[in-house]
Design a protein around this ligand. Structure first.
Ligand code: DON
Length: 309
């Protein structure tokens, strides 16, 4: 295999010329203003070295990628009881779909759908104020990455709070089934601020290190979650991390990964690397067009797919 830094630099150069960059999400106004030519990639290898290229230092809105960190905290707080309120199956529906909630009585198929992440926000809220939960999330992500510069973009959160009608519908619907225990606005306050987490590719790849080696940060040696929990989070990322595009993503890339409508993807090559890519243009399933292509090329050149070859 050629040198990893060379592969990463080559992929960034190829993406700079890519003609079809997808469409930037504009249903959250500040996201619509992001330059579609942006592309960043950062790969933290098993020795902790960072190989990055393109706009890897620029902070972007991680959106649904943050659902991985929210889920990790909720499992820490609630353990397996979380699975009474949210499933572990791919939905085959869009990230913001409401259709299954009626027949499945307000229990979302998985924690990465918007509905699932809203339930996770309700679990995280417990008896606390939304601001305390968000402060904990920010502390957690900063500690995972070892970076104090990570922040929450309040403008993005405010834009979603003002216009997130579908999320409000999902939350109210689940509350009607008794699967939200707190006031809808407070739960959504947690959810929208979690989505508004702003990180660079390098920071995101650093934060994902605990998923690449049995729940333990390979650089610091700190155990974040048990090996079983890390394995299970990876399984959910592989099967549900790209919504109704999860099968296609597994087919093309073959890594546990979580996407966000800001155009970021966090991918895990178990035992080998934590990877973050960012390009704001999305495909028709709401997942980064060039981010997916870049990861496809990375696994082709490194042999890192979990399916090998
Ligand atoms: O709730 C929303 O619609 C956004 N804050 C997050 C959606 C998202 O990132 C879906 N992922 N591709």
């Amino acid at each position: 295999m050629p040198n990893l830094s060379t592969i990463v630099a080559e992929i960034a150069a190829e993406m700079a010329d890519a003609p079809d960059r997808g469409a930037v999400a504009d249903y959250i106004a500040p996201l619509g203003a992001v330059d579609p030519r942006k592309f960043g990639i950062a790969v933290i290898d098993a020795d902790g070295a960072c190989h990055s290229a393109g706009d890897a230092e620029e902070a972007f809105s991680v959106q649904s990628v943050a659902k991985v960190f929210g889920l990790t905290l909720a499992l820490g707080a609630g353990g397996d009881s979380v699975w009474k309120r949210v499933g572990r199956e791919p939905s085959g529906t869009a990230f913001n779909s409401i259709v299954q909630l009626e027949t499945e009585r307000g229990i979302p198929r998985n924690p990465f759908l918007n509905a699932g992440a809203i339930v996770i926000s309700d679990i995280l809220l417990g008896n606390r104020q939304p601001a305390e939960v968000i402060a904990e999330l920010l502390r957690f992500v900063r500690a995972l990455a070892g970076e104090d510069g990570i922040f929450i973009d309040n403008q993005v959160a405010a834009a979603e709070q003002a216009t997130g009608y579908r999320n409000k519908a999902l939350a109210n619907y689940m509350r009607a089934f008794g699967n939200l225990h707190h006031d809808v606005d407070r739960v959504l306050g947690v959810y929208f601020h979690q989505c508004a987490l702003a990180m660079s590719c390098r920071q995101l790849a650093l934060a994902g290190r605990y998923l690449m080696r049995s729940g333990r940060n390979p650089t610091t040696g700190h155990s974040v979650v048990s090996p079983q929990r890390a394995r299970r989070i990876n399984a959910l990322m592989l099967t549900c991390g790209h919504y109704d595009g999860s099968g296609e993503f597994a087919f093309r890339v073959g890594l546990p990964a979580k996407s966000g409508v800001g155009g970021g993807i966090l991918a895990v090559a178990p035992g080998r690397a934590s990877i973050a890519v960012w390009s704001p243009g999305l495909n028709d399933r709401g997942n980064s067009q060039l981010g997916t292509l870049a990861l496809e090329r990375l696994v082709q050149r490194t042999g890192w797919s979990v399916f090998e070859g």
